[in-house]
Every structure is written in structure tokens, then in C-alpha cells.
Design a protein around this ligand. Structure first.
Ligand code: UD1
Ligand code: CA
Length: 457
């Protein structure tokens, strides 16, 4: 079995955060979950995460089948892997990754695993070349290019420091060799830590073949240790996500102002105008026009729908519907097909049937609105008495005149007509017109009389 051991015990002091480092998000997904998803996609069968700081918080964001072990004290990367010993079998291939390198891509890991498997190696390290290797472990090879060992910055001599091939911190091990070598690692080095890279030399000495695969880009190895690096990683990830959508047939007018989280589906021929934020759990159909300035979170949008300058959260919108400008769809708003939700319309916890329209200035909360219902300008669904919420049901083909109030609980039956300005407090039966307002009174000559009175004062 191919097993991944993901090191995530570190605190991340430089993040200056009360949360453990690896739960910080890049494009809407926790860093450690980016690493897990990339290794899963590359063919890893089982994942073990090594925890140390914020154990419960990290556990709470991990998938159900991810195993965890605890490293109480952070005594080094070798010590961290030792904690996973119980899960490692002699026949396993063990991939070690770090939870704070969210940019690693699965294609690189696939090539790396192939290199390890095909070369018959007991250990393989993924490497890259950089202009400035300061801080990284250096990859030391013999004259013919065979891997000898890795030397940490603080333990390196001048000659070693000049090497610009660096250790990515990602390794493949044969389970048996790994377990044996971990028993022999010591902490007699400049940092007093149990270094995982020391296992390479130990494995070599005990007859195992060690390899170095120069196959990663420096970008994908970027570790996140500070908020500045977090923002850098976000930028790189965002560009990748946008490019993936464009490859899949989505038009993005301005990639610099388009913020799409990881794992979001968008259909082809959808156009994303500038200033949009599409976050976790969202799915957008094909042929849509999104934006400018739309924020869509955890919501599903159908096909050929337009969303302009609006906020949509935990909601569903059907096909060929228009939303906005300036609409606000809140949790459990479920808008049908061919609907119109116009400017300054707020919908919360309401079903809104196919072909229905609320073109301007309405609040629709806790309701079931049927098909082809017309909601006039300024209609308010009065759903709250200060303590409890109540539900309104408005059936098919009802016409709610402008500025009417529906005081819930209420049932407005099919084919009804609510006169403008009505405050409806009782159910309206099928086919009725309901008027609930004062009759108009006309006082002839009243203005003239008032003027005179005012002059006399
Ligand atoms: C490590 C490598 C170095 C490599 C670099 C790549 C060692 C000794 N050195 O150095 O060769 O170039 O990564 O980034 O491994 N961790 C634990 N428990 C521990 C120590 C670390 O879980 O006891 C985790 C950290 O949270 C981090 C990762 O392991 O996610 C790497 O540890 P870190 O101390 O950052 O290693 P580096 O010094 O960067
Ligand atoms: Ca590091």
C-alpha cells in the first residue's frame, strides 16, 4: 500500500495566530487538505497526519478516513515520522510530505512515485534547483551523480553550502528500510533534532538504494510560514484555478480580480466578469453571466443564469434566471427557472417557483412562492413577531400588488390578486381580490383653506 505521512505538528509561530498553521486556508481550503488532496490524486491509498499543535482543530477539518498520530514534542522531522510507526508495514511505500506546502501538484508526485518505483529505490527524495538555497537541506551527490546524503544549512560546510540542489522535504521510502533507519537516527547535529533526511545515508549504508529525483518546481515546494507567504501562495493557487477554468471553457474577463476557491465546478461558456468571488461549495452551470461584482458562497447556480452585483450564500438558483443588480439571496433561498430577482430584493429560507418575479425592493422570508407569481415593488413578507418566525404560502399565478405586506402565517391561494398597499393578515381564497387598506377620502378646497389659516397666524 502507498501511505502518506504528512508532517503537521509545527505551531507556525510566525503566523501569529491562535490557530495551528496547517488549518489556514489557501483559496478556501486548509493547507493540509491541499496536500492530502494532491497526494490522494497521485494515488496514495492511506493518509496519516502527524499532529502536535491545535490537535483537535486540525482533526476537525480532516476527512473521515484520514488517520492521525500525535507528536507531543517537536524533536525533528525524523522523530515526527517515528510517531506514525504503528501504521507503517514493511511492504508499504511511505510518502512523506509537509502539511504547510499547499502548492504541491499531483502530476509532480505521480512522476516522483514512478521514479521511485521504477528505480528500485529504498528511499527517494524529491529535489529542485534554486538560485538561493539558503535555509534548505542540500542534496549531496557523488561524482557520478548518485545521492549520498542531505546536509542541513546549519550543518553544512562551505562546499556543501554552495550546492544549489535542495531537499523538497518530500520523500518516498520502502517501509522496512524506513522503520529500520528511524531507529538509528540521532540528534547529534547543529539543531539537536532528529533529522528525517539522515535516514538516507543510514539506508544507503545498510544496502538500500537511495535516489534523488530532480523534478519539482520551486513554486510548488513553497512552504507557508507567515501571512505574507500565505498571501503569495493564495496568488499562485488562484492563478492556477483560474487557468484551469479557462482551459475548461470558462471566460474570465479579468483574472486579477476573480477569486474562485478550490474544487468549484463551472460549466463551459460561462463568463465571469470582474470583481467576483466564488467560494467553497459552489457550483455554476454553463452559459451563465456572473458579475461584475458577484459574491457566491456555497450556492448552486443553474445554466444560462445571470448574477449581477449581488450576494448569494447557501442558496440555489435555477436556469435562465436573472439575479440582481443588488440582490441578496440568503440561506435556503431556492429560486426556480426563468425567474427574476431584481434590485434590492432579499430572499431567505424561501422557495420561489418557476417563472415568478420580484423585480424590485422586496423582502421574501420563510415562504413558499408558487409558479408565475408576480411580487410587486416593495412587497414585504412579514415573518417575524420579535420572537418567532412564521411562514407564508403564495400559490401559483398570484399577483401581489406593490407595497403590500403579507403578515404570516398566511396562505394566498392560486389565481388571487392582492391590491396595492394592502396589509394582508388573513388567508386569501382562490380567485379572490383582497384589498386591505383605508378607502381614499377627498376633501375639496382643503388646500386653499389651509393656506388662509396659515396666513392669519
Ligand atoms: C526540512 C528539511 C530540509 C528541507 C526543508 C524543505 C529536515 C531536517 N530538513 O527543513 O532538508 O530542505 O524541510 O522545506 O527535515 N515538523 C513536525 N515535527 C517536528 C519537526 C517538523 O511535524 O518535530 C513539521 C513542521 O511542522 C513542518 C515540516 O515538518 O511542516 C518541516 O519542518 P521544518 O522544521 O520546517 O523543516 P525545515 O527546517 O524547513
Ligand atoms: Ca520548513
Amino acid at each position: 500500500m502507498k501511505k502518506a505521512v504528512i508532517l503537521a505538528a509545527g505551531k507556525g509561530t510566525r503566523m501569529k495566530s491562535s490557530h495551528p498553521k496547517v488549518v489556514h486556508k489557501v483559496c478556501g481550503k486548509e493547507m493540509v487538505n491541499h496536500v492530502i488532496d494532491a497526494s490522494d490524486k497521485a494515488g496514495v491509498d492511506e493518509t496519516i497526519v502527524v499532529l502536535g499543535h491545535g490537535i483537535e482543530e486540525v482533526k476537525s477539518i480532516l476527512g473521515k478516513d484520514v488517520k492521525t498520530v500525535v507528536q507531543k514534542e517537536q524533536l525533528g522531522t525524523g522523530h515526527a515520522v517515528m510517531m506514525a510507526d504503528e501504521y507503517i508495514g514493511d511492504e508499504d511505500t511511505v510518502v512523506v510530505l509537509c502539511g504547510d506546502t499547499p502548492l504541491i501538484v499531483s502530476e509532480t508526485l505521480v512522476k516522483f512515485f514512478d521514479y521511485h518505483d521504477c528505480g528500485g529505490y529504498a528511499v527517494t527524495v524529491l529535489t529542485t534547483k534554486v538560485d538561493n538555497p539558503t535555509g534548505y537541506g542540500r542534496v549531496i551527490r557523488d561524482q557520478t551523480g548518485n545521492l549520498l546524503k542531505i546536509v542541513e544549512q546549519k550543518d553544512a560546510n562551505e562546499e556543501e553550502k554552495a550546492v544549489n540542489e535542495i531537499n523538497s522535504g518530500i520523500y518516498c521510502f520502502n517501509g522496512k528500510y524506513l522503520k529500520e533507519s528511524l531507529k538509528k537516527i540521532d540528534n547529534k547535529n547543529a539543531q539537536g533534532e532528529y533529522y528525517l533526511p539522515d535516514s538516507i545515508e543510514i539506508i544507503r549504508m545498510s544496502g538500500g538504494k537511495a535516489g534523488a529525483f530532480l523534478g519539482a518546481s520551486i513554486e510548488e515546494l513553497m512552504g507557508v510560514n507567515s501571512r505574507i507567504q500565505l498571501s503569495d501562495a493564495e496568488k499562485i493557487m488562484r492563478r492556477r484555478i483560474n487557468e484551469l477554468h479557462m482551459v475548461n471553457g470558462v471566460t474570465i474577463i479579468d483574472t486579477d480580480s476573480t477569486y474562485i476557491d478550490s474544487d468549484i465546478e463551472i460549466g463551459s461558456d460561462t463568463i465571469i466578469f470582474p470583481g467576483c468571488m466564488i467560494s467553497k461549495g459552489s457550483k455554476i452551470g454553463s452559459g451563465c453571466k456572473i458579475g461584475p461584482y458577484a459574491s457566491i458562497e456555497n450556492s448552486v447556480i443553474g445554466n444560462d443564469t445571470s448574477v449581477k452585483k449581488s450576494e448569494i450564500i447557501d442558496a440555489v438558483v435555477g436556469d435562465e434566471t436573472t439575479v440582481g443588480p443588488f440582490a441578496y439571496l440568503r440561506p435556503n433561498a431556492n429560486i426556480g427557472n426563468n425567474c427574476k430577482i431584481g434590485d434590492f430584493v432579499e430572499v431567505k429560507n424561501a422557495i420561489f417557483g418557476d417563472g415568478s418575479k420580484a423585480s424590485h425592493l422586496s423582502y421574501i422570508g420563510d415562504a413558499e412562492v408558487g409558479k408565475n407569481v408576480n411580487i410587486g415593488c416593495g412587497v414585504v413578507f412579514v415573518n417575524y413577531d420579535g420572537k418567532n418566525k412564521f411562514k407564508s404560502i403564495v400559490k401559483d399565478n398570484a399577483f401581489l400588488g406593490s407595497n403590500s405586506n403579507l403578515v404570516a402565517p398566511l396562505i394566498i391561494e392560486e389565481d388571487t390578486f392582492i391590491a396595492t398597499g394592502s396589509t394582508i393578515t388573513e388567508d386569501v381564497p382562490n380567485g379572490c381580490l383582497a384589498i386591505a387598506r383605508e378607502r381614499q377620502v377627498l376633501k375639496a378646497g382643503w388646500v386653499e383653506k389651509k393656506r388662509k389659516r396659515d396666513e392669519e397666524k
